[in-house]
Design a protein around this ligand. Structure first.
Ligand code: GLN
Length: 558
């Protein structure tokens, strides 16, 4: 039986949510008992997003095998159980890298190497490689917008795939925009017509149109789009803006997207079971209470740079029927002007929990250290991720163990006490890329620790990494003597993976990035427990405030 593909393209403008659309289609097909693959082609020339600025490109999502990928792969993992690796995200840069390598090796036997057929063949082979695992459907997202020069080879490749595999094995889904024009008080279909025509001019007739709009598409609108774009009326899907992304699969299901895809693919499958998604969306709209978390980081003005983190916190909150109030605090703004300046405390008051996420470079570090000190001293739940674990160790070394110039060699290579350092530094390796600890590593948890309790008593876990620096075990005795606990390490004991503070309501730092493994229906234990501790802190604070208020009003009335 031939592999079946759903190709997702986008038109009119970027940022319409192609990744989310692809992930939601995957989610629906899975909920019908099918096995899916998801993959994305990015038309830019960078070999991977690993060295791209988080401000420009958003978060770098890391897969188990240590690939640094586009953040859309995060959506794929959160919405499905598709196995993802470096094969599931390819850029033009990677494709050309592979081709040039082959050319240098002489694999092309002296032939002229060209975009068609060599580049398109390479693209098609990479799709076949992903679909060869026997999944029922492979969903392929083509990055960029139809009409871009860069995406042409990818579009040509999927056109050829239809030619080779036939209609019953390929579906073209096109995401487009139907804007509301205030002056005319009308939704306009022209941009969609143009985009579909642009696709047609390169030989691709869209089968299903996902029309992003800010209000419902009327029957007449759908008929008009269907007629002009040459698709069935029921293939014109109103993809209306929704307050929570978890509602997207439900909206698609209601519009019959999964049923239509299966019809076009000549595939039978049971009805979708979406009960759990409905419950989840119910919690989003009708939470029993709320919790507020401050994220103290350095790329906070661009939330996409902490995409998975935001999602993981939301999963932790929604699973406990709590609304998440997230405050993004720029770490630099928490720095002290003088050694005794504690004015930053005002900015941190009233939050139920504090989190310092991952990051690179020196900027904002002193502000993070202040936030951590505040959380540690005031017993506010603290969760430090990667850089947030490293800064927690530095803060502890400085303010509890008295090592005033404790630092990471990333921020001060000449520091006397390099509590965080680069193990590989000793080997004299210094280059961009290649030196990071990336992807899944096993971690052994100490019994009866906060970490092992969070993981349900597990003694061995696996989590994903993306960093260069590590805890320096030369300082272990001193910090442990001061009260810090090392509750997770790699099996050979080389790397420290988790630190925590016994006696504190919740103070935990991990060298890995747990946010990459959290799913809406399977919230990550460390996020769930951090949110739970923050909520307990909130209840405690509110009840002591109301006791104080009652005492105050009693005093006034007596
Ligand atoms: N900059 C730190 C390191 O390279 C932390 C990285 C991160 O938070 N992902 O080790």
């Amino acid at each position: 039986m031939s592999a079946k593909y759903v190709f997702v393209t986008g038109g009119v403008v970027s940022s319409l949510g192609k990744g989310l659309a692809a992930a939601s289609i995957g989610c629906l097909l899975e909920s019908r008992g099918l096995r899916v693959n998801l993959m994305k082609f990015d038309p830019y020339l960078n070999v991977d997003p690993g060295t791209m600025s988080p401000f420009q490109h958003g978060e770098v999502f890391v897969t188990n095998d240590g690939a640094e990928t586009d953040l859309d792969l995060g959506h794929y993992e959160r919405f499905t159980h598709a196995p993802l690796s470096r094969d599931n995200n390819l850029t033009t840069g990677r494709i050309y890298e592979q081709i040039i390598l082959k050319e240098r090796r002489g694999d092309y036997l002296g032939k002229t190497v060209q975009v068609i057929p060599h580049v398109t063949n390479e693209i098609k082979n990479s799709m076949r490689k992903v679909s060869s695992n026997g999944a029922d459907v492979t969903i392929v997202e083509i990055g960029g917008t139809v009409g871009d020069i860069e995406s042409l080879p990818f579009l040509e490749a999927i056109r050829q795939m239809r030619q080779e595999l036939g209609r019953e094995n390929t579906v073209f889904v096109h995401l487009t925009l139907v804007p509301w024009i205030a002056a005319a008080q009308e939704l306009k279909t022209k941009p969609t017509q143009h985009s579909v025509k642009e696709l047609l001019s390169i030989g691709i007739q869209a089968d299903i149109l996902l029309c992003r709009c800010d209000r419902a598409l009327s029957r007449e609108m759908k008929q008009k789009i269907a007629a002009f774009c040459n698709v069935e009326e029921r293939a014109v899907v109103g993809a209306k803006d929704v307050p929570t992304i978890y509602e997207v699969p439900l909206g698609f299901a209601q519009e019959g997207v999964d049923a239509l895809i299966l019809k076009y693919l000549h595939k039978e499958a049971p009805e979708a079971n979406l009960t759990k998604w409905r419950e989840l969306v119910g919690h989003c709209y009708h939470p029993k209470d709320e919790v507020s978390i401050a994220v103290v980081g350095k790329y906070v003005e661009y939330e996409d740079s902490y995409k998975s983190l935001k999602e993981a916190l939301t999963h932790g909150a929604v699973s406990q029927s709590l609304r998440l109030n997230l405050a993004w605090i720029e770490a630099e703004g928490l720095e002290s002007k003088t050694p005794d300046d504690r004015s930053y405390e005002f900015q941190l008051e009233g939050f139920d929990g504090i989190l310092v996420p991952g990051g690179f470079g020196k900027r904002g570090i002193e502000g993070m250290l202040n936030a951590i000190r505040y959380a540690r001293e005031k017993k506010v739940p603290y969760f430090g991720i990667c850089l947030g674990m490293q800064t927690a160790c530095i803060e502890f070394a400085r303010n509890v163990c008295g090592l005033k110039d404790a630092n990471s060699s990333e921020f001060d290579p000449a520091a006397q006490h390099r509590v965080i350092y680069k193990l590989r530094e000793l080997l004299g390796v210094e280059e961009m890329g290649g030196t990071m600890r990336l992807g899944a590593w096993t971690c052994i948890l100490q019994e009866d620790s906060l970490a092992s309790r969070a993981y349900g008593g597990a003694t061995e876990i696996s989590e994903r990494h993306r960093h260069r620096y590590e805890f320096n075990r030369e300082y272990e005795a001193l910090l442990v003597g001061g009260g810090l606990r090392i509750s997770g390490s790699t099996p050979d004991g080389t790397y420290v993976e988790i630190i925590e503070l016994p006696g504190h309501p919740y103070f935990l730092g991990c060298q890995f990035h747990p946010e990459f493994k959290s799913k809406p229906l399977e919230p990550h234990p460390l996020f769930r427990e951090f949110v739970a501790a923050s909520y307990r802190n909130r209840l405690g604070r509110l009840s002591s405030e109301s006791v104080a208020l009652a005492a105050f009003s009693n005093a006034l009335s007596s």
